[in-house]
Write a protein of this length. Sequence first.
Length: 649
Amino acid sequence: MPRETLFMSLFSLCASALLLAQCDSDGTQAAPGNGGAGAGGTVDGGTVGRGCADPDRPQSEGSQSSPVAVSTGALPFTGGIKADQGPSYYRMSGLKPGSRYVISVNSGSSVRLKVFQEGSPGTPTCHAKEADDALSCRIVPKAGSIDIHIEPWADQTCFQLDATLDSPQGAFEGATDALLTLRFGTPDLPHRGIVDHDRSYYRLTELAPNRRYTVWLTGLEQDLTLLAGTEDPLEGVVANCQDWNEVIPGTRSCTFVPTGPSYGVSVLTSGSATSSRYVLNATEEFESEGTSAPKVLPFGGGLKYDGQVSPRVDTNTPGTSEYQVTGLVPGARYLAALRHSFGLTLRAASDAGFAPPLDCNTLGSAKDYCNFAATTSSTVFSVSSYDAHARRFTLHVQPEPSNQGTFGSPMPVSASSFPFQGTALGTSEYLISSVSPGLQQITLLDTTGRTTFAAWPASAQSFNCSAGGTFFPRCTLAPDAAGQLRVRVESPGSFELGLVPAPMLLSDFTRNAGAVPIPNGDSTGMTDVLVVAGSAISKIQQVRVELYVAHGHPQDLTAILIAPDGTTEVLLAKDSVQPYDGVFYSDYALERFSGLQRDGTLDRLPERPLYLLEGMDSNGAWKLKLVDDQTPNVSNESGQLLGWGLSFQ
């Protein structure tokens, strides 16, 4: 009997009430006995199903309600399919939940592959339908078994079904149909993530619909791609935003506006790494202030206002916030200044139309402040940003300050009067007396603007420490034999000068090294030891390293942390332009948030992530190695390790 006639006869029998229980709804014959497993034979270490018992006459096998049982211990499995008989159905067991597998089909003719978590019909976890001889799906089983449908593309064929372990549990996070949930505004973020050679999947929840958010990826070990978009049952995340910047380590970001309370995020590798770790965080892109009418701010003799400005909406349109400061004295002169990290402009006018504008417009200049004479009792200020992300700032308005002391006649100040409150219009100079011997730390906290300062021993011919108020807030130096220092503060503003013995260490466990010289032009360098004892952290989750170095040319330095078990982490590589007086290194120190803190310190990302220290006992002998392998330059710039510290969670 021809095969087509045989199939039609079988279909007619399946339609009868007597045999209906043995047939699937599509007419495919259910496999007999033992849960749908055919008798079959074995070949090449695998199993041959009934559907391919005769390779010249392959048949579809199993049914949706009674799939053929396939064990991972009997793979590869050789099955059969026939176009006019519909799909073949299998239930594969012996899988490890949480691990990822590649389910593959090799055939002599094109077929379609659908993979389900145990139980179907429903939405498949993976759906591969290539017109090719081989196709595959990646799946993370939620239970020990999965359901597989092999659908005919055309004709009939025998095929080989196989499953291989792609990655064990813990080498990646989330799956296409089981995104790892991270709740916005909770300790879920920042999140320490991991991905192998494929992808990790996340769902950001507790978002406010129609607001703007940015997800950040930092602390990278290798080239990674950040994707953000809508959730999809087959693909996990359909990317509306993609950032594949290859700076290592670096920061990638995606900005999105969710229409619901959640949004999908995926991290993708481009290589074959077994694991790559990173930090995920999300921030809300807040809106500008005073958009319909300027926000009113009373002057009250002096103004300090913490504001915000939205990101630019396109290349040419900045985000802009506007404020009306009232209570000014017409004809009096004032100083207006912004305190921020970078990229904002300030302008002022006598009315909201900015006509006529005052002599206050920092666009295109390096200034973040301006001096002006009030023409009326109120002045309107505009703060604009062309940055792609929202920014926070502090707006200061105060009476125009005055200089205190000059180079030829510095203002005398005793060290006992510190912290010292000062002002400058252009340049103020001070002669500090009664300074204790040894290295001192001078800190500038400018309270109204963007002042900078320089310091030097009073008997020296020129300064040997120059610092910007935001990017390098400290100077470390010793007074002259008479116990005197000179300090110069430049740019308009009022400020606070601090003076304490160096180093001022803020970590939980510290080591005052006592000014240990760092050899110049020496590839061996120097090593210092900090013994941590009595720490309650027996399994490190996070580590923060404090480094206090005085060096005239710090870009010559390489800094390496060595754990008690010998694990090494590069904190700082030479040619990196960073501040070093009291800097902190942490995987959670996201670069975009680095800046002057109230205690005058900076948090920075290490050269390589510190995750390798996770799980260790924090107690033991930790080592810090500093190398300056550059030959002495013209000014013979060298350095000293003053101290360092560690904090653990």
